[in-house]
Design a protein. Structure first.
Length: 450
């Protein structure tokens, strides 16, 4: 009996240590079993307390009277399937007649407390079927991306969602996106993850980094074109617009709209073209858009030229395979004319920690007002946490895994052979030679401590 007590104490101590230091390991060893038991034992009473039950139907009442049996109680949604995952549980519920998916969504917080889990979210799969995802621990505290991901052409994993699922950046579904965030909010790490994920794809990367290239130029071996100042950026954007027009001419030449051509073979974008003729898609990454569009002059021709080119690429670039990824600390009307028109074309929105509510409204006020408060409440001690949403009105909390600049550079160098050489962008191809040693900067350095 003594050995059994000692073994039980050791198991409890090991479970407590794992829960404190390695919550993911604790969930896979102890937590998932305990959570499934809690859900199965408490399910009926919790659903009744949350108002997710319906009274028995008339035929059941009539059958009980005819058989002289007790009156049946209220009925909860049926559990169609319960599936454990590496981060939580997934329940598929069949709703009873008279129930609505909104009722389940409104009770998610009460379900979280009742089942003693970290988070609960729900979504409607089809009529009468709701999926409830439960997380057993804070998956955003220490992000661990799954080893297996559903990567497809122009669809890459970049972050982990609060419910434990993977957040993908799908350019064919959401062509253009805006990423906002204050200093030290994790915006650069998110961008590095995006570049590292795209490095293995057959895609051309074009970068505009007006902060003297400190963010994107270390990754130059995987970029087909780079610009580090507004003058070069204006010329690069004009070249992209010309490339886009050439692609449209190619699509027109290959449409061949005649009576004997099947509907599926009529080309309307680059993905409808034969693979041998399909131009390579281009992803344009703009780092710190304010440095690109903000001007001290009232009527700056260069600034108007840049904004006009960005708006044209946002409006017409999708069919030509040109996708925009714009990053900045703020993105409002103070940047000048045309900015709000550009923002209206950016379907995907991601906001890291912001310093004021106005910055959050720039990202979500026109598509998901509920996400504004969530963006403001991101704590300062969790860089990389962000709120993402799109024009559907839905939003989610995500966090990208920490990727150092060295890791991103190694990934880009490893896939440097995939960098396409586009003739239209050849003048902007970054030089990959060994740079000459630069003179010491004219600033006083901090003396080294011994």
């Amino acid at each position: 009996m003594t050995w059994l007590t000692v073994a039980l104490v050791l198991v409890v101590a090991a479970a407590g240590l794992l829960r404190w230091r390695r919550p993911a390991w604790y969930w896979m060893t102890f937590g998932v079993t305990l959570a499934m038991l809690r859900v199965l034992v408490r399910y009926a009473s919790v659903m009744d307390a949350c108002g997710l039950t319906v009274p028995p139907s008339r035929w059941r009442l009539a059958l009980a009277r005819a058989a002289n049996r007790p009156v049946p109680g209220p009925r909860a949604p049926r559990i169609l399937r319960m599936r454990p995952t590496r981060t939580g549980l997934v329940l598929r519920l069949g709703l009873r007649p008279g129930q609505d998916a909104f009722d389940v969504a409104a009770s998610c917080d009460r379900l979280r407390h009742s089942f003693a889990l970290y988070g609960v979210t729900s979504r409607e799969l089809r009529s009468g079927v709701v999926e409830v995802r439960m997380t057993g621990y804070d998956v955003l505290r220490r992000v661990q991306m799954p080893a297996r991901t559903d990567t497809r052409p122009m669809r890459v994993p970049v972050a982990l969602r609060e419910d434990g699922s993977i957040h993908y950046r799908d350019y064919r579904a959401v062509p253009h996106a805006l990423t906002l965030g204050a200093t030290e909010s994790g915006k650069s790490v998110y961008q590095r993850n995006l570049v590292a994920a795209l490095a293995s794809q057959h895609v051309a990367l074009v970068g505009i980094d007006c902060k003297e290239g400190v963010e994107l130029f270390p990754l130059a071996r995987r970029f087909s074109a780079l610009a580090d100042n507004p003058d070069t950026a204006a010329e690069l954007l004009d070249a992209l617009v010309s490339h886009m027009q050439d692609v449209y001419q190619l699509i027109r030449a290959e449409q061949r709209i005649t009576a004997d051509v099947p509907d599926a073979e009529i080309a309307a974008d680059i993905w409808s073209l034969p693979e041998g003729l399909r131009p390579i898609p281009i992803v344009v990454l703009v780092d710190e858009v304010a440095e690109l569009t903000l001007s001290a002059k009232r009527n700056d021709p260069r600034r108007d030229r840049i904004v006009r080119a960005l708006v044209r690429l946002a409006q017409l670039g999708r069919a030509a395979g040109v996708y925009l990824e714009i990053c900045g600390q703020r993105f409002g009307s103070e940047l000048g004319d045309g900015i709000t028109m550009l923002r209206a074309q950016l379907t995907g929105r991601t906001a890291h920690r912001v310093n004021d509510e106005t910055s959050a409204k720039m990202a979500f006020a026109d598509i998901a007002p509920d996400a504004v408060l969530a963006a403001v409440q991101i704590p300062t001690d969790m860089p990389g946490v962000a709120i993402t949403g799109d024009s559907t009105g839905g939003w989610a909390r995500i966090r990208a895994p920490h990727t150092s600049l060295r890791q991103a550079v190694n990934t880009c160098n490893r896939h440097a052979d995939l960098t396409p050489d586009l003739p239209a962008l050849a003048p902007f191809r970054p030089a990959l030679g060994i740079p000459a040693p630069a003179d010491a900067p004219a600033v006083e350095s901090i003396p080294a401590t011994t």
